[in-house]
Design a protein around this ligand. Sequence first.
Ligand SMILES: Cc1ncc(COP(=O)(O)O)c(C=O)c1O
Length: 380
Amino acid sequence: MKSSQRGAVKPAYLMEVLEAANKAEKSGRSIIHMEVGEPVTGVPKMAKEFAIKTLTDTHLGYTETLGIPGLRQKVANLYSHRHQIDLSPDRVVITTGSSGGFILAFLAAFDAGDRVVLSSPSYPAYRNILTAMDIEPIVLPSDSETQCQLSPKLLDSIDGQIDGVLVASPANPTGSMLSADELRQLIDYCDDRQIRFISDEIYHGITYEKEAETALKYKDEVIIISGFSKYFCMTGWRLGWMVVPGDMLVNIKRLSQNLYISPPAISQYVAIEALDCGEELDENVVRYAQNRNYLLETLPNIGISKFAPADGAFYLFADVSNLTNDSTTFCHRMLEETGVATTPGIDFDPILGHRFLRFSYAGYTDAIIEATQRLREWLK
Ligand SMILES: Cc1ncc(COP(=O)(O)O)c(C=O)c1O
């Protein structure tokens, strides 16, 4: 029977580690989860209480396709607080996770056969969603010389047409960020050449040395993808948003109506509340900062000392080529022998990823300390 080639995308190795880690945990072993990129804390307290109340008091049906007006307004307000940008809520589109935002953005911006540039290492779903849509991902290797990000010089090295450029700052798996100036240069480069610029800003709010700048500051034609999973600790609620150019709104609305009808209602009500929980959410960022400092200080003493610039998000992308040439096997052995779960680099970089491991430090500090103690013993 016929099956599509489009469905034959790469698997997420992270999920394999997660399954193995969960299985070991169920069998009674003590597992420290540094593989998954999600906050341990869950939705803020006030938002959780509001969720319980909403479930009893409110009829949760379909909502407006582009999202509840009150939520779109509050997301627009966030740009005014964080970036001093006056954004019309009409340009905010609420989506089913930022993952749903990618599907809408790619469908609305590109045709089959178009070419979209991204850097490697990067979040694997970019490549896989584009491929599933018959859009060609052009993956440019980046390293610490380019802060693991794209640059106009790297874009100049591409032969042939470019239809889109996709960046994330802070990025997954590296945590690296573009400076405001670097971001502006990339946007100008794309604008001059009529290339659609997409900025994944899902890790905004989780930065350490400097604030992340939004691409929205420089051009209205960019597409912003963001969401409630990371800073707002709402992974399981599957809610994200986009900021789109006014002239794309009609198509995005039509696509969204047909693909999703509307984003999940309960999640939208809870998100309205979560947007007021900055104090509690900022406490998480303080803990991530402590975890990051602890790991940057401690891991080099046990033989893991080369990291991509960890400016934001909650990841360390470590070059472990001094310890292994096969980080997938290394990662499985580490889980088996120490109970510490991490993600092998091949998820993010199919070519050089065998030399890298990603550590997520979104967990509790005690667990992170325990993990390094176990690794110290193991690597002795
Ligand atoms: C860079 C990046 N973008 C997007 C996502 C997808 O997030 P969600 O669909 O939960 O909003 C992730 C998830 O880890 C990510 O790391």
